[in-house]
Design a protein around this ligand. Sequence first.
Ligand SMILES: *Cc1c(COP(=O)(O)O)cnc(C)c1O
Length: 390
Amino acid sequence: MTDKLHLNTSLVHSNYSAPPNFGGLQPPVQHASTVIFDNVAAMRSRSWEDKSSYTYGLHGTPTSFTLEARLAEIEQGAYCLLAPSGLAAIAMVDFALLQSGDDVLLPDNVYNPNRELGDWLTRSFGLTARYYDPLVGAGIAELIQPNTRLIWTEAPGSVTMEVPDIPAICAAAHAKGVLVAIDNTWSAGIAFPAFEHGVDIIMQALTKYQSGGSDVLMGAIITRDQALNARLQAAHMRLGFGVGMDDVYLVLRNLSSLKLRFDAHDRSARKVAAWLQTRPEISKMLHPALPGCPGHELWQRDFSGAGGLFSVMFNPRYTEAQTDRFVDTLKLFKIGFSWGGAHSLCVPYRIRQMRQNWPYEGTLVRFNIGLEDADDLIADIEQAFSVLDT
Ligand SMILES: *Cc1c(COP(=O)(O)O)cnc(C)c1O
């Protein structure tokens, strides 16, 4: 048929299709907005909610379905939905499960944009977002109101690192019919089996360890319950949270090395943290695997690893200007948000402006330990310490 067509038409319609069963090891990257149907009956019979077939690129292609399935496997869940960023995934949960008049509880050490979202829901959407002490444990029961629908948790909070008692929070929430969501990004979904500990919804910022390249933004929501997934899927559709398949491919490509990378970050971070702990410049280590970190015993009980992210409190005798100079003097550690990539990063936080009650004096500085040699990182920190007293 194509011989008789004009060039513009034959440029669009080709008879060629590649031989099937290509044996590449990585899944194909399938881009699509439009998905074509064999006939009108096929179009009418398909639903975007049924993921055994395809309807429109927004709801996924084989590439994104593959990533969703693999993430659900890693977290021992049954369903997964991708979102264009970790924050978009958080927003999807809130918009799926909350309506005006509802109440949501968030830990006081929650990822700050999640708090921004909570405050926005309170200001503009007729909900209430309230903040609880991340170490509240079973005491969360007293904070649950008849209109409380959702409790966010983060294990641990990714700046101040307190480890919450997830099983106790889940037991109290479920006794009152409240759902529990966890931001499980710190553990990459491999060092904390969140469903086993009782949560209903897992959120991952794939931007971090799963991508591993500091060059992709993506989030995921993973669940076990079909009805709950259906509510989330409706929000995903209504909000139009499509993801780019090239980005999906980058995450898929790096998944195979997720545990190797996480374990390498973990080993180096513990070495650097153990060294920092001996230093007079540091007054408090906020590393969940070190005794003295709030919730350390819970980390020991519930977690199998720690990854590369931790914080320190500088000795209060140093001013913020001095600790800023320390950060500026680091060479291998770059100044930047996010983590989970090969590069070590460092960020100072004005923690007393972020927390209702923060008991420790001094400046908080967060380290993301990358994949460099730990001894070089220690030497870098040591040379930067030398500017503190100048
Ligand atoms: C980075 C991060 C997010 C958000 O992910 P983005 O993809 O950057 O939106 C959420 N929670 C935690 C703990 C994070 O570190």
